[in-house]
Design a protein around this ligand. Sequence first.
Ligand code: GTP
Ligand code: MG
Length: 246
Amino acid sequence: MKNNYLANVENYIDDKTIIDINSQKFQRVMFLYRAALKEIELKINTIQEEMKLFSNYDPIEYIKVRIKRPESIIKKMRRRSLELTYENLYTNISDIAGIRIVCNFKKDVYNLLSIIENMQDFRILTKKDYLKNPKQSGYMSYHLITEVPVALSSGTIYVKVEIQIRTLGMDFWANIEHKLKYKNDEISPKQSKNLVKYAKVINNIDDNMLTISNSVENKRISKMIIEVADNNDKNINSEGMSKFNM
Ligand code: GTP
Ligand code: MG
């Protein structure tokens, strides 16, 4: 069992052979990333369903998962001047499996973050808060690199998955900016500057939406408190009346 390639994560991380994307070994590696992505997707879906069914709080708007194409993996490794080994792939490329969670408000991003942090069997390797520290491009999102356990017939292996958490506004900006610009030089400095400006405008809108949401929520809570107090008063009064009538 110990020699089984899949079971032995050390073999996987230390594998210095050159990647052949048509080989069975590479297919096995991609299988692992797909399996890890399924694990995390299921966990997030369960949380979404639980929140929808049993609480007033339904923060997740949608979830997107994707596996990086083999050609894009190789391209990224070449761009980073990495020798094309499995060891380099595992150690240096953290976004082969990726899940994006899109929420309504900034507070949802942090609430989901703490839910993920509390998941027992996940390992969190890195956290990047591009909400507090936006990228120079204007990009905002919360990024986590995690390791997700995948139970195989021969044992459990931890596989890296990148999690991105962002608001609808941030997602809107990032999708369009990605199409226009990311890893592409054809955009002018002025257009780039405008994109940064629009990211800030969207950030302002996000903040204003949050303010509205908080105020609506506070009103809802105050109304609830008043209703409970009213009901208590009625109960006390009717108890008092019935005692009086006796
Ligand atoms: P990559 O090598 O591009 O994966 O970036 P990285 O390893 O430095 O990690 P980082 O956390 O900066 O970015 C990871 C991912 O975030 C990218 O693959 C994109 O999906 C997204 N991202 C980062 N910066 C930008 C940006 O300026 N614009 C857009 N649209 N997406 C970005
Ligand atoms: Mg990436």
